[in-house]
Structure formats: structure tokens, C-alpha cells
Write a protein that binds this ligand. Sequence first.
Ligand SMILES: Nc1ncnc2c1ncn2[C@@H]1O[C@@H](CSCCNC[C@@H]2Cc3ccc([N+](=O)[O-])cc3CN2)[C@@H](O)[C@H]1O
Length: 266
Amino acid sequence: MSNVESVAQSYQQFNPRAYLQNNYVPPRADFSNEGSVVQWKLRCLADACATGEIGGHTLVDIGSGPTIYQILSASEHFKEVVLTDYLEVNRAELRRWLQDEPGAFDWSPYIKHVSKLEGRGDSWQEKQKRIRERVKTVLPVDVHQPNPLGEEISSGSVDALVSTFCLEACSPNLEMFHRALGNITKLLKPGGHLLFIGALEESYYLAGEAKLNVVPVTEEIVRNALSDASYKIKEFKTYIMPPTLKVGVDDVNGVFFAWAQKQDSK
Ligand SMILES: Nc1ncnc2c1ncn2[C@@H]1O[C@@H](CSCCNC[C@@H]2Cc3ccc([N+](=O)[O-])cc3CN2)[C@@H](O)[C@H]1O
């Protein structure tokens, strides 16, 4: 079995609800604590989007998992948003929220927080409604394929990408991490933007019965991978995980945020 096949097999046990409980409720999702990692992530995304430099027709989120927080700011600047994940269980979780079905995860604390950050003057319910209107589809994705979205979305047609905690969590080694970044970058138009968040120096994480391997990456590794994939790095920030947030669900040491722009083909 190839490395990629063994990663795929390990994901068959991935439990979205357990994953959400591990990372997206307190203490990691503590909106009363300025220093919490969730506030840091949302602030990084909101500030980049507030520059007005990121916008267009189509935004694609690569490896959404069962979460939507990552597109709360960027979605305001695009006509259409596409969510993607490798697993049907995650795509089903996303559709449950999009269709406001019973049992869907409650993202309202996140939408309320981002609504306040952005200060658009409308209600968080209006923001939530806009997001549900703009997310047009939830597609399968495999970042290890030369064309990660298959025939659904062609190369060079996407105005911006978001990808959070995905590439390092599904790449068996650094070579595959670099290659996966190259594969998703092909989707972007020249001049298109990438908002990229991931785990620093993480080697595993838990999601219910599943224990998933992660290729540990550092700031330097990520910076080099972005440069190799023909990006100009516009912003790079790191968050050091405080001991109070090391809760046993992974061995992550920090989180990176990168805003990068694909350079025009030479
Ligand atoms: N071949 C593939 N192509 C695309 N996606 C794929 C593929 N295989 C699996 N996937 C997809 O990738 C996965 C994305 S979830 C990955 C979770 N990453 C680790 C976890 C995340 C996390 C979150 C928050 C915080 N924090 O401090 O706030 C820390 C951490 C650190 N631990 C999953 O959706 C799977 O379905």
C-alpha cells in the first residue's frame, strides 16, 4: 500500500463530531479569552480580507473538513464560494449546516464574533444568511491529484483559495506536502490569493477512533513551499500554542497564518 493510500485508509475512521469537539468548542474555541487560538485565527483572516485586496467571483476552500469558520470573512468578497473535503462524512456535516438541518454544528458564536470584528453594521443573522446563499456547492477534493477537484473546476479559474489545517494533515511527507501545494495552486488564476492556515510541528491528531499522522512543518518549511509554488508572501504570522490549549487531542506546538499571492507566470 502506498503512503497516500495508507493516509486515505486512516481517514476512514475520522469522526467529524469528535473532531469538532476537540478543536471548535472551549477551551480552544474560547471567545471570552483574547489570547485564544480561535480569536487569533479569525482576526488573521478578517484583517487580510479587510484590506480590500482579496476579492472576485469564485473562492474555493480546500479541505474544509466539517468546519466553515475559515470562510466567514473571505466569503463577503466573492460571488460564489465552494467548500470541499475528501470525506463524505465531512461534506455531509457541511451540508447539514448549510441547509440549517437539525443536529448541525452551531457556528453562531463564530459568526457573531466575526460580525463584530468586521463592523458591517448588519446583524450576525444577515451575515449567516449571506454565507448560506453564497456557498454554492460542496465538492470532493484530493490534493494529491494533479487536478484536485477533477473536472468540476478547471485549472487557473479560481480567484482565491482558503486552506486550513489540511495539507500537513494528509501528506505523508514533505515532498507530498510541497506537491499538494503545487496541485492546489494550479487552480488559482495568476495574481490570485491564498489564505493558508496550518499546524506547526504537529505529528498526530485525534478524531474519535482515528489517530491521524501529520507531517510536522515549521515556518521555514511553509515559507519555502510557498516560494517554490510561485507565491509572493504578503503576510506570515505564527501563534504559539499555550500549555492550557495543549489538551491531548494532538501534539501541535503552534499555528501559522500565511497570506500569499500567486505570481503571474513568467
Ligand atoms: N487527500 C486529501 N485531499 C484533501 N483533503 C484531505 C485528503 N485526505 C484527508 N483530507 C482531509 O483533511 C482533513 C482536514 S482536518 C485536519 C486537521 N488537522 C489537525 C488538527 C487541526 C487543528 C485545528 C485547530 C487547532 N487549534 O489550535 O485551534 C489545532 C489543530 C491541530 N490539529 C480532513 O478534513 C480530511 O477529510
